[in-house]
Design a protein. Structure first.
Length: 752
């Protein structure tokens, strides 16, 4: 019996093992399917991991934006509260003036101040409900408005100022409806505590100054005392019983200048909401502004996040469909038992996101004695007169002994009118007359400081018009209680008009220079912000791939906005310094504090600081932070000047010496730099004038230093050292208390 064998290609008649071949094909198909599934799962996991990172980044951006809004609201409230307290601060200053007038025995000034203060308290002007003054034991000696207790010796304000507090104090005596008490210390001669000036304020006035919430998604602002008690709420703020006291965890962190801040986000217990909190310390007062805002979760996604989410879904669907097609193909081949294997198509690779375009380079921001007879007086061509002052019974009696007829041409009045003291007095505008006694009485006082004096005042002519008159008088003889004087009258109306015109012209010129300088300083950050905004728009048009670049551009815009804000803040500080109570300042401590802050700058520039100040140097009037700011600015200017001089030893010397007046102390800062150009010495305190390159200074540092020193009642001067050895800055301070009569203490500075 013959066996039939089917030939297969070129097999030489041998039989093909069909069972083993089919099993090999099935194994290969299964392995390919397994690898494709692993690759697809990897693509899906990677896609969704990237998507979740993008969505999480958006959530973090929302949190950061909410926290920034909350912090900005707290800062706005912190800046608004001192302005709301300015009327009370002004009223307390008037109470301090009243105490000084009482000490001098000036009843006219005391009565005028009391009328003004009583009207302020009666009308409730600017939230002031009551004003009062206590003596050193706490007894209320004068008050206006709401009746206060007769004795306040155990009140927090009185105790705090009695034991040395110089800064203003704001306290809450009871409930919120009872109001707030703001106080200043009253000091007698020698710096002795002599009582307290008090102002009772309406808390709602401070609440109106806080930023108002326009909607539920706006930050809610509240004002707390540093002890945690709630004082006031901003307009439209929602009442939250849980925030009747300020938790210690939300108190601002301590910072230099009393401008501490804190920002924190906490989840609401048992809920899906997160609350953003931001607190800011009000400088100079025991007050804290708290801003809160809810960070919503689960809201609508942004357009960019929706695009990323759509792309992730598309990649997932495409990969899943490809795997299903491959799985179906493998099963189909196995069912038919195909003997030939079709080339397996590789699963399509999901489109990968194109790499972010490299950041485009943005331009860096460029960045007048002799006795004269009456006949000679009347013959003079000028408006001259002779007078005699008699002191009898403690009162001064003035007699005009001779008058030149030229007074008629100057004032329009006959000489007899000038010789009649009562008639002449009715022609004077006493509101324009300098404070104190009239010229002749004051000059003839036995303890008068000088032998001559000049006053200017407004005088009404016979026709009803007004003129400015200058009265200059000089003592020519003293005979016991009798003093003979000579005087001269001159019309200075035109002179005053010309001076006013010149002052207006100089103000216009200064404003023009400040405007030009401010435009120059702000032009650079604005140009960078404009270019970065254009680049961010171009990047966002690219879709999801351009988001990283757009975020980088937005960060650059934020940085330049902070620079512009810093320029505006520096200009605002130059234009107006915040009112604050001056306190004793140790100059050695202030110098050490300033040098400690710039120690690295001096070390990098190889500059040696030589401080020659005695440890027992008397204290001066000022504010520690502002004194350090002036010293830092002057030392950094000296550093820049020394860097411009090569081949010379770089040394910064700080010494102290007595001032021209017994109550003054001078602090001298010398350097070994290039000095100040002679043509620039007259302009160094002009705003926006600087000898440095445009990228190294704004020209506002020295004007700000001058404003600070004037605020302290002192002064500042700059000049070059003899022989070209550098420059020197002289700061003049006032002592915090009068000089001691002990010769050893008087010679402290000389020995230093």
């Amino acid at each position: 019996m013959r066996m039939a064998v089917e030939p297969r290609g070129d097999t030489g008649g041998a039989p093909l093992p069909t069972g083993r071949y089919a099993a090999g094909r099935r194994f290969l198909s299964r392995a390919t399917l397994l690898l494709a599934c692993l690759f697809g799962a990897t693509v899906i996991i990677f896609t969704w991991s990237s998507t979740l990172d993008v969505l999480g980044g958006e959530t973090r951006q929302q949190d950061s934006a909410a926290e920034a809004m909350t912090l900005n609201a707290a800062r706005a409230g912190r800046d608004a509260i001192p302005r709301a307290l300015e009327p009370a601060d002004r009223a307390l200053s008037l109470l301090q003036q009243r105490a000084g007038a009482l000490t001098r025995g000036d009843r006219r000034e005391v009565e005028a101040l009391e009328v003004t203060l009583t009207n302020m308290a009666r009308r409730g002007q600017d939230g002031i409900r009551a004003l009062a003054v206590t003596d050193a034991q706490g007894n209320v000696t004068w008050q206006a408005g709401t009746t206060l207790p007769g004795w306040m010796g155990n009140a927090e304000n009185v105790l705090a100022h009695r034991y040395g507090r110089m800064a203003p104090l704001l306290s809450r005596p009871g409930s919120i409806q009872a109001g707030l008490v703001m106080s200043y210390p009253i000091l007698a001669s020698g710096g002795r505590f002599d009582g307290v000036a008090l102002a009772l304020l309406e808390p709602a006035r401070l609440g109106q100054a806080l930023p108002s919430a326009q909607g539920a998604n706006d930050p809610q602002t509240m004002l707390f005392h540093s002890d945690g008690s709630l004082l006031a709420r901003g307009r439209n703020a929602q009442v939250n019983p849980a925030l009747n006291r300020l938790d210690a965890a939300l108190m601002p962190e301590p910072a230099a200048g009393g401008t501490g801040e804190r920002r924190v986000s906490l989840p609401e217990p048992g809920g899906r909401r997160t609350i953003s909190y931001a607190s800011a310390q009000v400088p100079g007062y025991d007050l804290v502004v708290l801003a809160t805002m809810e960070i919503a979760r689960g809201g609508l996604l942004s357009r960019g996040s929706l695009v990323v989410l759509g792309l992730a879904g598309a990649v997932t669907c495409f990969t899943g469909l490809a795997l299903l097609w491959l799985f179906h193909r493998v099963l189909r081949q196995d069912a038919r038992g195909a003997e030939t294997e079709e080339p397996m198509e590789a699963a399509p690779t999901p489109p990968s996101a194109p790499s972010a375009a490299p950041g485009r380079p943005a331009p860096r921001p460029a960045p007048l004695p002799a006795r004269t007879a009456a006949a000679l007086i009347e013959a003079l061509p000028a408006g001259a007169y002779a007078a005699r002052v008699l002191h009898a019974g403690g009162e001064a009696e003035v007699h005009i002994t001779a008058v030149n007829p030229a007074i008629r041409d100057i004032t329009g009045w006959e000489p007899a009118h000038f010789q009649d003291a009562a008639q002449w007095s009715r022609s004077i505008d006493w509101s324009s007359y300098p404070p104190g006694e009239p010229l002749l009485e004051r000059l003839a006082e036995p303890d008068a400081a000088g032998e001559e004096a000049v006053v200017e005042y407004r005088l009404r002519r016979p026709d009803g018009s007004w003129m400015w008159l200058r009265d200059a008088a000089r003592i020519v003889a003293r005979h016991g209680s009798t003093v003979d004087l000579l005087g001269c009258l001159s019309d200075v109306t035109r002179e005053r008009e010309f001076a006013a015109q010149a002052d207006n012209a100089s103000r216009v010129a200064a404003r023009g220079a400040m405007a030009a300088g401010l435009a120059h300083e702000l032009n650079q950050p604005l140009a960078v912000m404009s270019l970065a905004a254009e680049n961010a728009l171009d990047a966002l048009e690219e879709g999801a791939a351009g988001i990283p670049e757009a975020l980088a551009r937005l960060r650059r815009i934020a940085a330049q906005a902070e620079r512009a804000k810093a320029i505006a803040a520096q200009l605002r500080s130059f234009a107006r310094l915040e009112a604050a109570v001056l306190e004793p300042v140790s100059l050695p401590n202030a110098v050490q504090g300033a040098l400690g802050l710039i120690a690295s700058n001096l070390k990098d520039a190889n500059i040696t600081a030589d401080v020659r100040l005695p440890a027992n140097l008397p204290t001066v009037r000022g504010q520690p932070v502002l004194v350090e700011q002036v010293l830092m600015n002057l030392c950094l200017n000296a550093k820049d000047a020394m860097l411009g001089r090569e081949g010379a030893a770089h040394r910064l010397t700080i010494t102290a010496e007595p001032g021209f007046e017994p109550h003054e102390i001078r602090l001298i800062i010398r350097d070994t730099g290039t000095g100040i150009p002679e043509e620039a010495l007259e302009r160094v305190f002009d705003p926006f004038f600087s000898t440095k390159p445009a990228t190294k200074g704004t020209g506002l540092g020295l004007p700000l230093c001058r404003s600070i020193m004037l605020r302290f009642g002192g002064g500042i001067s700059l000049g070059n050292r003899p022989g070209g050895g550098g420059a020197e800055a002289i700061l003049t301070f006032q002592r915090s208390r009068p000089p001691a009569t002990d010769p050893l203490e008087k010679d402290t500075l000389a020995r230093g």
